[in-house]
Design a protein around this ligand. Structure first.
Ligand code: GLU
Length: 483
């Protein structure tokens, strides 16, 4: 009986399959972007090359947007392909033409953009600032001062949109928009006195501020911009959008987003401003005499020369004759026993000192526990350079005891300063240490390293051709035509 029943049902099942195939073939919906990403195993992302978005650091891709999208690609379990472009114009054009799945480039959600594009969840709020050069202009007191100034902003930017809104209130407001250019070009034009005022996002201003000490904030404009990734409306992004929502919920809840914001955008402005100015002065005055040596040693030890330069600046301000009361000496401030161990017989010889320091750093880097991944591994190696592996290990154990992750620099740097307090250091193997020092040490070197990286990024980029278009109020336009 059972067999008969089965043989009867068989053709019907088969028919069902055919019907299903026919049905699906006739109405196959456009494939969701997420399916394509999963099938191809690649997430394609448009971005801008700059200090707040995407750049190279110690030979690896870095930048806030890079790390954020990398996390997303890992979440989807696919590879990441970054497509850097040179301007917002190029970014939107490429997105529209479907060359990437999304754009991650410090983009603000605006009313005009929302009509044409789809946005993922916002990950950060930034003020939009009017910036002027104090050597050229008096501080513009309010928006009413703007019509008298030569204003230029990036074409296609949220800032241009703010100005269009402001024009409703101040009809005589005029400005120009630079096409195919980047924020750094605008800042250069402000520095050269070609324009009186420009607009940039607060995070970009702070990232570049060190290079332009005369720039000041005049005022902020409109509401803070909400930054988000942009998706084209031409593709079916329903499932991709859903994945974005879940991903952002997750990284907001587990603290990853805050960690990235802290890592890239939290600058101790007031405190570091003077230090930064001195650094940039020394970079011009002292670094050129030692840059060749630093580069040579960096190649020998397979390091990024800018990183070695940042360490040696922190150690001695690039002074090969530096001495400290505690007996450390030379460009890399080696102690006598360490120098001996590293085969350095003359600590005041800059080449020997750099080689000794690089070797010591590399040694510490390799000896760290295997669970510490780059880039944190570099920060741990630096901390060990400053305080020794023993105290660092103590701090890692304390971190774990208090529920933190001993392999994350952001967690261990919270615990290190506790090594000064009896309550904590009595629980450790190596005891008391001035644990706040390695934290400052690492923070300084990272800052110097970023400054060198960003400076190069700005200096050596090939700017696109300059195109600037003027935006005059319509009344004035008519007036000109009438002439
Ligand atoms: N947030 C700006 C925008 O969406 C870009 C960043 C900037 O230029 O400061 O247009």
């Amino acid at each position: 009986m059972r067999n008969t029943k089965n043989s009867h049902s068989w053709p019907f099942r088969r028919l069902g399959v055919w019907l299903l195939l026919l049905f699906c073939g006739a109405c196959s919906p456009p494939q969701d972007a997420l399916d394509t990403i999963r099938e191809e195993g690649v997430l394609r992302v448009l971005t801008r090359n700059g200090p707040t978005t995407y750049y190279e650091s110690q030979g690896n891709p870095s930048g806030f947007e890079y790390h954020l999208v990398k996390d997303f690609a890992d979440y989807l379990n696919v590879e990441l392909e970054m497509i850097p472009v040179v301007s917002l114009d190029e970014l939107f054009e490429n997105l529209h033409e479907g060359r990437a799945n999304l754009a991650a480039a410090g983009l603000s959600i605006t009313p005009e953009r929302s009509a044409a594009l789809q946005f993922g969840p916002s990950y950060m709020s930034v003020k939009q600032l009017f910036i002027y050069n104090r050597t050229l202009t008096d501080k513009p007191a309010d928006y009413a001062a703007l019509p008298d100034l030569r204003i230029r902003v990036l074409g296609n930017s949220s800032h241009a949109e703010v100005l269009r809104e402001l024009r409703e209130q101040y009809p005589s407001l005029t400005w120009s928009e630079s096409r195919d250019q980047e924020t750094i070009d605008l800042l250069e034009q402000l520095q050269q006195g070609e324009i009186d005022i420009t607009m940039v996002d607060a995070n970009e201003f702070h990232a570049n501020r060190a290079f332009y000490p005369d720039f000041r904030i005049a005022m902020s404009a409109g509401k803070p911009g909400k930054l988000a990734w942009a998706l084209s409306k031409n593709a079916d992004n329903t499932a991709l959008q859903q994945a974005l929502e879940t991903f952002f919920e997750e990284i907001k809840a587990n603290g990853e987003l805050d960690r990235l914001i802290d890592r890239f955008f939290t600058f101790n402005e007031r405190q570091s401003f003077i230090r930064t100015q001195t650094f940039l002065k020394m970079k011009e005055q002292r670094l050129p005499s030692y840059k060749g040596l630093i580069e040579q040693v960096a190649i020998e030890y397979d390091m990024d020369w800018r990183f070695l330069a940042a360490i040696s600046y922190q150690e001695s301000f690039w002074n090969p004759k530096a001495k400290s009361p505690t007996g450390v000496r030379g460009m890399m401030m080696l102690t006598r026993p360490t120098a001996k161990e590293l085969g350095v017989d003359n600590r005041l010889d800059p080449l020997q000192s750099l080689r000794g320091g690089a070797r010591y750093y590399k040694k510490l880097y390799t000896r760290l526990p295997s669970g510490i991944e780059p880039p944190d591994r570099s920060w741990f190696a630096l901390a060990a350079y400053n305080i020794g592996l023993g105290h660092l290990e103590d701090a890692r154990i304390l971190t774990e005891k208090s529920g933190g992750n001993p392999n994350l620099w952001s967690d261990v740097k919270e615990t290190l300063p506790l090594l000064r307090q009896r309550k904590w250091y009595k629980q450790t193997r190596y005891g008391y240490a001035r644990g706040d020092e390695p934290v400052r040490y690492v923070e300084n070197i990272r800052r110097y390293y970023s400054l060198l990286t960003w400076d190069e990024l700005n200096r050596y980029r090939v700017p696109p051709p300059r195109i600037v278009s003027d935006y005059l109020p319509s009344g004035l336009n008519r007036g000109l035509e009438a002439l």
